[in-house]
Structure formats: structure tokens, C-alpha cells
Design a protein around this ligand. Structure first.
Ligand SMILES: [Zn+2]
Length: 218
């Protein structure tokens, strides 16, 4: 659920960090509905919704609000802003009355986030996927960019949602960038990258992956 604190703006959950209960803006179900529509429009099918998108993925905020209101009569301007500004994964960026998804696009756009300066980056995969990736390189089948994690623990966690036995691939990001692979920082956890050739990849030994305590099985 999304609420608004009179002092700190939109937040997710029952209480703002300051302790205030705030005013309800979107309940759980509407957050989910609105979230799917906005993510779909900004990442996958802007044209189906009649949204004009520029080559960096931006659309007019007011146009998006029109689209949202046409689909959901209960939706307001404020709710679109609330959704975008409180997103826990920083999925969205708002600037000059325009909005875009920061990552996760399946459509062909050119993002212009700051260049990543991480020396090493990580990608979590199942055992089978990992074998294949080490042979042919790292590339997303469905998305414009491949999403890398900034720590081995994060990569392990991400892959853990899909497979019971995650493998973590280490990317020599310094070398790859030196060879012209474009990598951009999206937030503290995520770097997006063009295809990474196999020569910059290696598998990380399980014992080198610091896992979140609750997932530790040994
Ligand atoms: Zn507050």
C-alpha cells in the first residue's frame, strides 16, 4: 500500500519512517493494478497505450496520467506520482514533467544513465543457465540490456527467486568496458549492460558468496 506523510511525502507500508501513519493513497490491489499498467507502458508497450516515447525512454507525465485514467477511472494524477516516487526498487525517474522506467525495457531504447565504474559485477543464474552463459556470453533474451548486480550476495538473492540452487557469475567489468561494452549504473544494486562476451566471465565459488543470513543453509 502507498500512503502520504504530510512531512516526508509518499511511502510504502503502514508507517512513514518518522512514525506517522499518513494518508492512504493506494491500497495493495490498486498499487498492483496501477504498477502493472505503468510498468507495461514504460517498459514494454508504450505504443499500444498511445504513448509517445523518445529514444531515451521518456514519455510526458500528463499523457501517462491520461492513459492511466482512461483505464482506471479511480486513478488520479497523485496516484501515478505516488507509485513512481515510492517505488522500492527505484524503477522510475521523473524529470521536466516527463517520466521513464530506469531499467527493464523490452523495447529498443538507448538509456543514458551514468557510466558504471564497478570493477567487478555479478549475475545470478541456475546451474544450467550458468553453463550456457559461460560458453556464449551474457545477454538477455527478452530485454534490451542485461541486469547485473553490484554484489555477489545480491546476484545470488535475485537468482534465488527462480532456482533453488543459484550460481553466481562474476563479470570483469573493467576489462569488458575497456573492450567497448557499455555499462550504466541504475541504482545501488543494479547495473545494466550491453551483451558481455564470455571471455569476461567466470563462475564464482559458492564459498565466496556472502549470503543473507536467513538463506544460509550451512
Ligand atoms: Zn514522515
Amino acid at each position: 500500500m502507498i500512503k502520504r506523510c504530510p512531512q516526508h511525502g509518499f511511502f510504502r507500508g503502514e508507517h512513514c519512517e518518522c512514525g506517522l501513519a499518513g494518508q492512504l493513497i493506494l491500497d495493495e490491489a490498486k498499487t498492483e493494478q496501477l504498477g502493472r499498467l505503468v510498468a507495461g507502458g514504460l517498459r514494454h508497450f508504450p505504443h499500444d497505450l498511445g504513448l509517445e516515447m523518445d529514444s531515451q525512454g521518456w514519455v510526458d507525465l500528463s499523457k501517462l496520467e491520461d492513459v492511466v485514467q482512461r483505464r482506471h477511472r479511480w486513478a488520479s494524477r497523485d496516484q501515478v506520482l505516488a507509485l513512481a516516487q515510492s517505488d522500492p526498487k527505484q524503477r522510475y525517474e521523473i524529470s521536466n514533467q516527463r517520466i521513464r522506467a530506469r531499467y527493464g525495457h523490452s523495447i529498443d531504447i538507448e538509456l543514458d544513465h551514468p557510466e558504471s565504474h564497478h570493477s567487478l559485477l555479478y549475475y545470478g543464474a541456475s546451474e544450467e543457465e550458468a553453463d550456457r552463459i559461460l560458453e556464449i556470453g551474457l545477454k538477455s533474451a527478452s530485454q534490451r540490456y542485461v541486469h547485473l548486480s553490484t554484489t555477489p550476495g545480491k546476484a545470488w538473492e535475485v537468482a534465488g527467486y527462480r532456482t533453488g540452487n543459484p550460481r553466481v557469475i562474476q563479470v570483469d567489468a573493467d576489462l569488458a568496458r575497456g573492450e567497448g561494452v557499455k555499462m550504466m549504473t541504475v541504482n545501488d544494486d543494479i547495473v545494466i549492460s550491453e551483451k558481455v562476451p564470455a571471455q569476461f566471465l567466470c563462475i564464482l565459488s559458492t564459498k565466496d558468496i556472502p549470503r543473507p543470513v536467513e538463506n544460509r543453509q550451512d
